[in-house]
Design a protein around this ligand. Structure first.
Ligand code: FMN
Length: 408
């Protein structure tokens, strides 16, 4: 865990976490950072905490000691968002300090009751409220519901002009001791953006319309530093706000001039056609992401689809439906509402087919609005005619993707 003085009387406590599935589900190959903040006015407040994952609250408490802060002297807990990765520590905290006041949203109050049985000493705050910690640290609050739970608020310190945003503007990826985006080189920031996109598409994406509303509100706040609950802080607040604004727009499509090819194959029949497709795509001037399922995780596939305007699906029929890992990942993509993609599908079958039907069903049931080119299905191994048709459909898809991006 690392502790850094980030503004007058304001400290970031940060820890890198690895080797977990985030939310018990999402793989995070480059880890994640959990950030907590302390504001020392005449009164001391902690803005969000760190979760109860193995031993973490204890390391938080030892860091507080380095700041000469006795946990028992913290009288205010600002809970921007009750999700346990930020609030799980309260359980441990209660054991050493039972005399504190919580500031959170109305919905946050409900959730604190449900998750921790906390019902007393809670002050509900919202857009119109402010709270003075003394020494110039006057806090105000912005309700930004559903970024990412319905309880979410941002907290702005008028004294330091730091905006604490919890999950909003967060990212996966460990920061290895660095805390500001400005400490990363351009190349490093490019790599880091992959992790920000992974975080956005896996965790926040469903709530993209609410992200847009939150951004409209946040642009009005004169913040000089965005301090999120995960990942780097941003002095250049516009860059991360604009990035999130774009990511939210990708939900409805068109997104970027990119294509994601997702494929799966049992005995290599569909794979033969995939190899051909890749040769065709190599010659096209378009960014391509390729993922095999089930080998690549949902989260990784979703990250690529989120920025892609075009999707190519290649999978065989399996028990009258799609190859199961393909339907699983498509269901998740549909639930995250990656909408209105341009799509082409090809694949092998043995005797009856059926994959096509299930694909159409998922698209309709989840209101995905995906627009399909005519598919190419073949019994067993693909013939020359099938490969030629795959080639022409891919060229058509690339054309449609480029046009859609140009006209958006
Ligand atoms: C477990 C299993 C279930 C299958 N179910 C169907 C089916 O319902 N309808 C069909 O036409 N073919 C079915 N097939 C045949 C495959 O679709 C066919 O072998 C295809 O060529 C496999 O392509 P791949 O090698 O790319 O996996 C099934 C094959 C397996 C192994």
């Amino acid at each position: 865990m690392k502790i850094t003085d980030i503004a007058e009387g304001t400290y970031q406590l940060s820890i890198d976490v690895e080797n977990i599935l985030f939310e018990g589900l999402w793989d995070i190959p480059k880890g994640v950072t959990l950030n907590s903040y302390i504001i020392k006015g005449e009164k001391t407040a902690i803005v969000d905490g760190v979760c109860g994952w193995d031993g973490v609250p204890e390391s938080l408490f030892s860091l507080l000691k380095e700041l000469d802060i006795e946990p028992a002297s913290i009288k205010y807990l600002i809970v921007n968002h009750v999700e346990p990765d930020h609030s799980g520590w309260i359980e441990a905290f209660k054991k050493i300090n039972n005399d504190f006041q919580i500031l959170c949203s109305k919905k946050g109050k409900e959730l604190l009751g449900a998750f921790y049985g906390l019902t007393e000493n809670i002050t509900v705050v919202g857009d119109k409220d402010s709270f003075d910690l003394g020494k110039g640290h006057v806090l105000s609050f912005a309700e930004i519901p559903n970024v990412h739970w319905p309880d979410t608020i941002g907290t702005f310190d008028h004294g330091t002009e730091v905006l604490f945003t919890c999950d909003a503007f967060g990212s996966f990826g460990k920061c290895d001791g660095r805390i500001y985006a400005e400490e990363f080189s351009k190349e490093e920031l490019k790599e880091y953006e992959e992790e920000t996109l992974r975080y956005y598409s896996n965790i926040v994406a469903t709530f993209s319309p609410q992200v847009k509303s939150a951004i409209r509100k946040i642009r009005e706040i004169p913040a000089k530093l965005i301090a999120p609950g995960h990942g780097l802080m941003w002095k250049d607040t516009k860059t991360i706000i604009d990035a999130y604004d774009d990511y939210a727009d990708y939900q409805k499509g068109p997104a970027r001039e990119e294509i994601t090819l997702i494929w799966g194959s049992m005995y290599g029949m569909t794979e033969t056609a995939v190899k051909h497709a890749l040769k065709v795509l190599e010659k096209e001037d378009i960014t391509l992401h390729v993922h095999r399922v089930p080998e690549d995780s949902w989260g990784t596939v979703l990250t690529s689809v989120w920025t892609s305007t075009g999707v190519i699906l290649a999978m065989p029929t399996y028990e009258f439906k799609m190859f199961p890992p393909m339907s699983a990942v498509l269901e998740e993509i549909g639930k995250k509402k990656a909408l209105n993609r341009k799509v082409f599908r090809f694949g092998s079958y043995g005797w009856s087919g059926g994959a096509e039907r299930e694909l159409a069903d998922i698209n309709t049931r989840l209101n995905m609005g995906w627009e399909f080119l005519e598919p190419v299905e073949f019994a067993g191994v693909p013939g020359e005619e099938n490969l030629q048709k795959i080639e022409s459909q891919i060229k058509e898809l690339v054309k449609q993707v480029k046009e859609a991006v140009k006209n958006k």
